[in-house]
Design a protein around this ligand. Structure first.
Ligand code: DC
Length: 229
Protein backbone atom coordinates (compact mmCIF):
# COMPACT_ATOMS: atom_id res chain seq x y z
CA UNK A 1 0.00 0.00 0.00
CA UNK A 2 1.42 3.39 -0.96
CA UNK A 3 1.45 6.00 1.79
CA UNK A 4 1.57 9.27 -0.11
CA UNK A 5 -0.79 8.69 -2.99
CA UNK A 6 -3.62 6.35 -3.83
CA UNK A 7 -3.65 4.38 -7.07
CA UNK A 8 -6.70 2.75 -8.60
CA UNK A 9 -5.85 0.40 -11.49
CA UNK A 10 -8.60 -0.61 -13.94
CA UNK A 11 -7.76 -3.30 -16.48
CA UNK A 12 -9.72 -5.32 -18.99
CA UNK A 13 -10.42 -5.91 -22.66
CA UNK A 14 -11.38 -3.11 -25.06
CA UNK A 15 -14.83 -1.56 -24.79
CA UNK A 16 -15.75 -3.05 -21.42
CA UNK A 17 -16.48 0.38 -19.98
CA UNK A 18 -13.13 0.92 -18.25
CA UNK A 19 -12.72 4.57 -19.10
CA UNK A 20 -16.36 5.40 -18.32
CA UNK A 21 -15.89 3.96 -14.84
CA UNK A 22 -12.43 5.51 -14.47
CA UNK A 23 -13.72 8.98 -15.36
CA UNK A 24 -16.66 8.69 -12.96
CA UNK A 25 -14.35 7.56 -10.16
CA UNK A 26 -11.87 10.33 -10.83
CA UNK A 27 -14.68 12.88 -10.69
CA UNK A 28 -16.20 11.46 -7.51
CA UNK A 29 -12.91 11.08 -5.64
CA UNK A 30 -11.19 14.10 -7.23
CA UNK A 31 -8.40 11.88 -8.54
CA UNK A 32 -6.49 12.40 -11.79
CA UNK A 33 -7.69 10.14 -14.63
CA UNK A 34 -5.01 8.65 -16.87
CA UNK A 35 -6.06 6.77 -20.01
CA UNK A 36 -3.04 4.59 -20.79
CA UNK A 37 -4.67 3.27 -23.98
CA UNK A 38 -4.71 6.83 -25.34
CA UNK A 39 -0.94 6.93 -24.92
CA UNK A 40 -0.51 3.75 -27.00
CA UNK A 41 -2.92 5.18 -29.55
CA UNK A 42 -0.91 8.41 -29.82
CA UNK A 43 2.30 6.43 -30.39
CA UNK A 44 0.47 4.38 -33.02
CA UNK A 45 -0.72 7.51 -34.82
CA UNK A 46 2.85 8.78 -34.96
CA UNK A 47 4.12 5.42 -36.24
CA UNK A 48 1.45 5.36 -38.96
CA UNK A 49 2.17 8.92 -40.06
CA UNK A 50 5.93 8.41 -40.11
CA UNK A 51 5.68 4.88 -41.54
CA UNK A 52 7.87 3.51 -38.79
CA UNK A 53 8.98 -0.05 -39.49
CA UNK A 54 8.04 -2.12 -36.42
CA UNK A 55 10.62 -4.74 -37.40
CA UNK A 56 13.46 -2.23 -37.12
CA UNK A 57 14.52 -1.75 -33.50
CA UNK A 58 16.54 1.30 -34.44
CA UNK A 59 13.62 2.93 -36.25
CA UNK A 60 11.32 2.25 -33.30
CA UNK A 61 13.77 3.66 -30.76
CA UNK A 62 14.42 6.71 -32.90
CA UNK A 63 10.69 7.33 -33.28
CA UNK A 64 10.10 6.95 -29.55
CA UNK A 65 12.73 9.61 -28.90
CA UNK A 66 10.82 12.00 -31.14
CA UNK A 67 7.49 11.45 -29.42
CA UNK A 68 6.25 13.59 -26.59
CA UNK A 69 2.82 12.81 -25.16
CA UNK A 70 0.92 15.09 -22.77
CA UNK A 71 -2.40 14.44 -21.08
CA UNK A 72 -4.07 17.76 -20.35
CA UNK A 73 -7.25 17.87 -18.23
CA UNK A 74 -9.95 19.89 -20.00
CA UNK A 75 -13.20 20.06 -18.03
CA UNK A 76 -14.66 16.55 -17.89
CA UNK A 77 -12.26 15.23 -20.51
CA UNK A 78 -8.52 14.89 -20.98
CA UNK A 79 -6.85 16.20 -24.13
CA UNK A 80 -4.17 13.99 -25.64
CA UNK A 81 -1.31 15.97 -27.11
CA UNK A 82 1.20 14.36 -29.46
CA UNK A 83 4.15 16.68 -29.83
CA UNK A 84 1.82 19.53 -28.83
CA UNK A 85 -0.85 18.65 -31.42
CA UNK A 86 -4.29 17.78 -30.05
CA UNK A 87 -4.92 14.26 -31.37
CA UNK A 88 -7.74 13.35 -28.94
CA UNK A 89 -10.23 12.70 -31.75
CA UNK A 90 -7.93 11.21 -34.34
CA UNK A 91 -6.51 8.49 -32.10
CA UNK A 92 -10.02 7.00 -31.72
CA UNK A 93 -10.50 6.48 -35.47
CA UNK A 94 -10.68 2.96 -36.83
CA UNK A 95 -7.43 3.12 -38.80
CA UNK A 96 -5.59 3.72 -35.51
CA UNK A 97 -7.56 0.99 -33.69
CA UNK A 98 -6.64 -1.41 -36.49
CA UNK A 99 -2.93 -1.03 -35.81
CA UNK A 100 -2.68 -0.13 -32.11
CA UNK A 101 -2.30 -3.67 -30.78
CA UNK A 102 0.63 -4.40 -33.09
CA UNK A 103 2.42 -1.24 -31.93
CA UNK A 104 1.58 -1.89 -28.25
CA UNK A 105 3.13 -5.34 -28.45
CA UNK A 106 6.59 -3.91 -29.25
CA UNK A 107 8.87 -4.21 -26.22
CA UNK A 108 10.52 -0.81 -26.58
CA UNK A 109 7.13 0.89 -26.93
CA UNK A 110 5.88 -0.77 -23.75
CA UNK A 111 9.01 0.10 -21.82
CA UNK A 112 8.72 3.76 -22.81
CA UNK A 113 4.99 3.96 -22.00
CA UNK A 114 5.22 2.07 -18.71
CA UNK A 115 8.04 4.38 -17.56
CA UNK A 116 5.97 7.46 -18.43
CA UNK A 117 2.86 6.04 -16.76
CA UNK A 118 4.77 5.27 -13.56
CA UNK A 119 6.09 8.83 -13.56
CA UNK A 120 2.61 10.28 -14.12
CA UNK A 121 1.25 8.32 -11.17
CA UNK A 122 4.22 8.97 -8.94
CA UNK A 123 2.97 11.59 -6.55
CA UNK A 124 -0.74 11.99 -7.20
CA UNK A 125 -3.97 10.18 -6.49
CA UNK A 126 -4.82 8.58 -9.80
CA UNK A 127 -7.23 6.29 -11.60
CA UNK A 128 -5.43 4.67 -14.54
CA UNK A 129 -7.09 2.34 -17.00
CA UNK A 130 -5.45 -0.06 -19.44
CA UNK A 131 -4.41 -3.68 -19.84
CA UNK A 132 -1.42 -4.13 -17.54
CA UNK A 133 -1.87 -1.42 -14.91
CA UNK A 134 -2.52 -3.71 -11.95
CA UNK A 135 0.05 -6.30 -13.06
CA UNK A 136 3.00 -4.35 -14.49
CA UNK A 137 2.68 -0.58 -14.22
CA UNK A 138 1.47 -0.49 -10.61
CA UNK A 139 1.60 -4.03 -9.20
CA UNK A 140 1.18 -2.46 -5.74
CA UNK A 141 -1.85 -0.37 -6.69
CA UNK A 142 -4.10 0.22 -3.70
CA UNK A 143 -7.26 -0.89 -5.50
CA UNK A 144 -7.44 -3.06 -8.63
CA UNK A 145 -10.45 -3.59 -10.84
CA UNK A 146 -10.70 -6.03 -13.73
CA UNK A 147 -13.60 -5.34 -16.09
CA UNK A 148 -15.30 -7.79 -18.36
CA UNK A 149 -18.40 -7.70 -20.57
CA UNK A 150 -20.03 -10.03 -23.06
CA UNK A 151 -18.73 -9.78 -26.66
CA UNK A 152 -22.08 -8.44 -27.88
CA UNK A 153 -22.23 -5.69 -25.23
CA UNK A 154 -18.67 -4.69 -26.09
CA UNK A 155 -19.29 -4.59 -29.84
CA UNK A 156 -22.48 -2.57 -29.39
CA UNK A 157 -20.68 -0.07 -27.14
CA UNK A 158 -17.85 0.40 -29.60
CA UNK A 159 -20.18 0.58 -32.61
CA UNK A 160 -22.31 3.28 -30.95
CA UNK A 161 -19.18 5.29 -30.05
CA UNK A 162 -17.88 5.17 -33.62
CA UNK A 163 -21.26 6.01 -35.15
CA UNK A 164 -21.59 8.98 -32.80
CA UNK A 165 -18.28 10.22 -34.21
CA UNK A 166 -19.59 9.87 -37.75
CA UNK A 167 -17.38 6.93 -38.75
CA UNK A 168 -18.79 4.66 -41.42
CA UNK A 169 -18.10 1.25 -40.06
CA UNK A 170 -20.05 -2.01 -39.97
CA UNK A 171 -20.82 -4.06 -36.89
CA UNK A 172 -18.78 -6.88 -38.39
CA UNK A 173 -15.70 -4.66 -38.71
CA UNK A 174 -16.09 -3.61 -35.08
CA UNK A 175 -16.40 -7.24 -33.93
CA UNK A 176 -13.36 -8.25 -35.99
CA UNK A 177 -11.29 -5.40 -34.61
CA UNK A 178 -12.19 -6.28 -31.00
CA UNK A 179 -11.39 -9.97 -31.55
CA UNK A 180 -8.11 -9.10 -33.26
CA UNK A 181 -7.05 -6.78 -30.44
CA UNK A 182 -8.16 -9.23 -27.71
CA UNK A 183 -5.97 -11.86 -29.28
CA UNK A 184 -2.84 -9.71 -29.60
CA UNK A 185 -3.33 -7.94 -26.26
CA UNK A 186 -3.64 -11.18 -24.33
CA UNK A 187 -1.04 -13.29 -26.14
CA UNK A 188 1.83 -10.79 -26.58
CA UNK A 189 5.06 -11.56 -24.74
CA UNK A 190 5.47 -8.20 -23.02
CA UNK A 191 3.00 -7.66 -20.17
CA UNK A 192 -0.03 -9.31 -21.76
CA UNK A 193 -3.51 -8.50 -20.56
CA UNK A 194 -4.12 -10.59 -17.44
CA UNK A 195 -6.31 -10.26 -14.43
CA UNK A 196 -4.31 -9.40 -11.31
CA UNK A 197 -5.00 -11.98 -8.61
CA UNK A 198 -6.05 -9.32 -6.14
CA UNK A 199 -8.39 -7.50 -8.54
CA UNK A 200 -12.11 -7.06 -8.01
CA UNK A 201 -13.85 -8.44 -11.12
CA UNK A 202 -16.70 -6.32 -12.49
CA UNK A 203 -18.91 -7.65 -15.28
CA UNK A 204 -20.21 -4.65 -17.16
CA UNK A 205 -23.01 -6.72 -18.71
CA UNK A 206 -24.48 -7.28 -15.24
CA UNK A 207 -24.26 -3.88 -13.58
CA UNK A 208 -25.34 -0.37 -14.48
CA UNK A 209 -22.73 2.38 -14.51
CA UNK A 210 -24.07 3.66 -11.18
CA UNK A 211 -23.85 0.20 -9.62
CA UNK A 212 -20.28 -0.24 -10.81
CA UNK A 213 -19.29 3.12 -9.42
CA UNK A 214 -20.89 2.27 -6.10
CA UNK A 215 -19.06 -1.08 -5.87
CA UNK A 216 -15.70 0.61 -6.34
CA UNK A 217 -16.47 3.56 -4.06
CA UNK A 218 -17.58 1.08 -1.39
CA UNK A 219 -14.31 -0.84 -1.77
CA UNK A 220 -12.40 2.43 -1.51
CA UNK A 221 -14.32 3.41 1.62
CA UNK A 222 -13.64 0.00 3.15
CA UNK A 223 -9.91 0.60 2.72
CA UNK A 224 -10.37 4.02 4.27
CA UNK A 225 -12.13 2.52 7.30
CA UNK A 226 -9.29 0.03 7.66
CA UNK A 227 -6.98 3.04 7.78
CA UNK A 228 -5.09 2.23 4.63
CA UNK A 229 -5.98 5.46 2.86
O1 DC B 1 -8.05 1.14 -24.03
P1 DC B 1 -7.93 1.26 -25.56
O2 DC B 1 -8.85 0.36 -26.31
O3 DC B 1 -8.01 2.67 -26.01
O4 DC B 1 -6.43 0.77 -25.87
C1 DC B 1 -5.94 0.72 -27.18
C2 DC B 1 -4.89 -0.36 -27.31
O5 DC B 1 -3.74 -0.01 -26.54
C3 DC B 1 -5.29 -1.75 -26.85
O6 DC B 1 -5.84 -2.52 -27.89
C4 DC B 1 -4.01 -2.34 -26.36
C5 DC B 1 -3.15 -1.17 -25.99
N1 DC B 1 -2.97 -0.98 -24.55
C6 DC B 1 -1.99 -1.71 -23.95
O7 DC B 1 -1.36 -2.54 -24.60
N2 DC B 1 -1.71 -1.52 -22.64
C7 DC B 1 -2.39 -0.61 -21.93
N3 DC B 1 -2.08 -0.42 -20.63
C8 DC B 1 -3.42 0.14 -22.54
C9 DC B 1 -3.70 -0.08 -23.86
Amino acid sequence: MSTSNFIIAIDGFSSCGKSTLAKALAKELEFVFIDSGAMYRAVTLYFIRERVDLQSEQAVLQALESIHIDLVPNGQTVQILLNEEDVSEEIRLMYVSDFVSEVSAVKAVRQAMVAQQQKLGGRRNIVMDGRDIGTTVFPNADLKIFMTASPSVRAERRFAELMAKGETVTMEEVRDNLAHRDHIDSTRQESPLRQAQDAIVLDNSKFTQEEQLKIVIDAYNQLKIKGSV
